[in-house]
Design a protein around this ligand. Sequence first.
Ligand SMILES: NC(=O)c1ccc[n+]([C@@H]2O[C@H](COP(=O)([O-])OP(=O)(O)OC[C@H]3O[C@@H](n4cnc5c(N)ncnc54)[C@H](O)[C@@H]3O)[C@@H](O)[C@H]2O)c1
Length: 322
Amino acid sequence: MKKIRTAVVGLNMGLQHAYAFHSAERADLRWVVDLDEEKAAKLAGELGCKYTSDWLSIMDDIDAVSICTPHHLHADQSILALKAGKHVLLEKPLANTEEDCLRVIKAAEENNTILMMAYVIRFLPIIRKLKDIIITEEFGKPFNANCWIEGFIPPMPGSWLSRKETLGGGVLFSHGCHYIDLLVWLLGKPVKVSTLGTRTGTEWMEGEGTAHSTMLFESGALGYLETSWGMQFAERRALMHIHTPKALLIVSSDLTTLEAVTEKGRQTLMTHNSHTSPGSFVSGEIEHFLDCIEFGKKPETDGHDALKSLRAIWAMYEVIKC
Ligand SMILES: NC(=O)c1ccc[n+]([C@@H]2O[C@H](COP(=O)([O-])OP(=O)(O)OC[C@H]3O[C@@H](n4cnc5c(N)ncnc54)[C@H](O)[C@@H]3O)[C@@H](O)[C@H]2O)c1
């Protein structure tokens, strides 16, 4: 089989994509792209590919591209690539407005190209095992899910991360979208949502830097997410607790262990470390993208799927004041 010619644009989170394409048998990583040419040149030297700062100049030499740039660039860059007939793996979130999301989805559909969202957590073995347990109702139906993302990033006043217009919102939209996506994927359709956010503690951000969000699902289950970029001294208890009538399911904060607490005590259901080498954390996601290209499959995380959780977040931002 002819290898799939790939490129990665934006080389911070995109570094992971580049390493994973480099290791994937079906992929031929041709280009790494960044406005910072020095950064691109260094990586290209390491991975044995070409580099440029002008991603539009490489279109004739690729079949697929990972777009890992700031959020306000996602829509226009993806549309350009999709219209050029390239398959796109896009870092989350899809785009900053619903209108832009719909434009990207339309471009993929009209050009018969694959648009996949890089919701990496969904492709981790631990999380796939959790989904299986929930689908098969091995421990019964979940009725409560708590998720704690007590993160920290150093203040970056003036950066694209600090501005609502470029980030698309606050920490809930930017980082929380991973976990709202996860809750929706695990628990189904949300019917009522809310959030409270604060800038206190992360005053360098225009949007909220800490948020507490709640969701009621059609199934009757409740979901809760705490997200923050201001918690420098967090003591992370777990990433996720899911309660069912017969068990408490626990995903460890480093995403390596899935446990169940039942009448029989505490048991480990699975351990798997996805952080073993550069790029290994995103390898499940990258292989799914390559599968979709090779076999013409619809990505599990396509544009329509991504819109479900973004719509829930936009609804959350409609805060009711008392
Ligand atoms: N999945 C995850 O866990 C995860 C983690 C971090 C970031 N992300 C996502 O990755 C994306 C990028 O975030 P980041 O933290 O890497 O941002 P960043 O600002 O640290 O890096 C972005 C890179 O893109 C480059 N760039 C910007 N415009 C460009 C252009 N037109 N052409 C080429 N290069 C360009 C910049 O020079 C920079 O090196 C965002 O969508 C973010 O949400 C995902």
